[in-house]
Design a protein around this ligand. Sequence first.
Ligand code: NI
Length: 396
Amino acid sequence: MAVQPNDFIVARTLELRRAIHRKPELGFEEHATAALIEEELDRLAVPHRRVAGTGVVGVLRGAKPGCVAALRADMDALPVQERTNLAFASGVTGVMHACGHDAHTAMLLGAAHVLAAQRETLAGSVVFVFQPAEEGPGGAQPMIEQGVLDDPRVDAIAMLHVDIRLETGSVSITPGPVNASADELEIVVRGKGGHGGSPHTAVDPIPAASAIVLALQNIASRETDPLGSVVVTIGTIAGGYRNNIIADEVRMTGTLRAHDPSVREQLEGRVRRIVEGVAAAYGTQADVRVIYGYPPVVNDAQLAEEFARYVRERADVDVRALPPTMGAEDFAYFARRVPGVLVRLGVRNDALGAIHPAHGAQFLIDEAALPVGIRTLVAFALGVGTGRLGAASARS
Ligand code: NI
């Protein structure tokens, strides 16, 4: 069984990636991207359906019995004005594929080409999951609710994400947490407004808010295991009217992040205790609201270890181990339901200027990484389909 895309498939993947890059679309508006995916799957005679609006799911059934692998790519772009000199730069003002989702979608179509060509000898089935709105509000959850993992029942799932920390030719596959949870924090501190010259007649929420910001640092520095990972960031703070008026309230927003689901669960309680306690000490009153976002992405330990070995041996891919990040990814929802692996794909190339971080206006990738990504996806599908990968994870 072949994992290697032929020259035609490599060229076609490049062409698709550039077409998607030229016409980026924001979350749940990926109409042209979805149509392009459907056309390509039609060409490959892979049946597909629409899920969650602009999401597309293709199912390739092999001729031989076996397990079901899912491969997931995100489709959406970001509200960024592109500042690269690419010939195929974004043609849409203020919208750019600045996170590589164009490449993810194209590589998944490339993998569909390789796998569809061998359907007569293929064991099991492959579910191609093209997911909208990864950058928010999130397409993974509605896709799961609409049965993407159930028909056929998926045994294991993988995804690629381009990574500028890693040279082209390499991937990173690590067991355990690879991305963090990301929850939104809103705090309102209420006092009593008054004249700036007569503070004793008012209750000033500004010193209370200042003390709260400092006290919240205690969660990461004193209350969490130093070997664990937690972030409490206050990103905005606003209150008051004028230099000589005591404000009546201060509003703050922030982000709470963690790798360990149990550490995440404790964050809201810790934040409440500190905010409400400090607010009371200053004679003010505070409201805390936590809006829960994406959970942490936790790679299935056994599947990740097996896959790292498998892809090195069978797909001739250099496998490294990058440290996890505190970024977030809604692949987390898939990996919570079935054993999953998030694979980081190296796209760094200093000579090409592929060195800028994702989400920036100068972000670009080394396209020589695309065949490496296709080989990795195909290897996963073949390994799971034949039961060589993920069997132990599925049983546990
Ligand atoms: Ni991304």
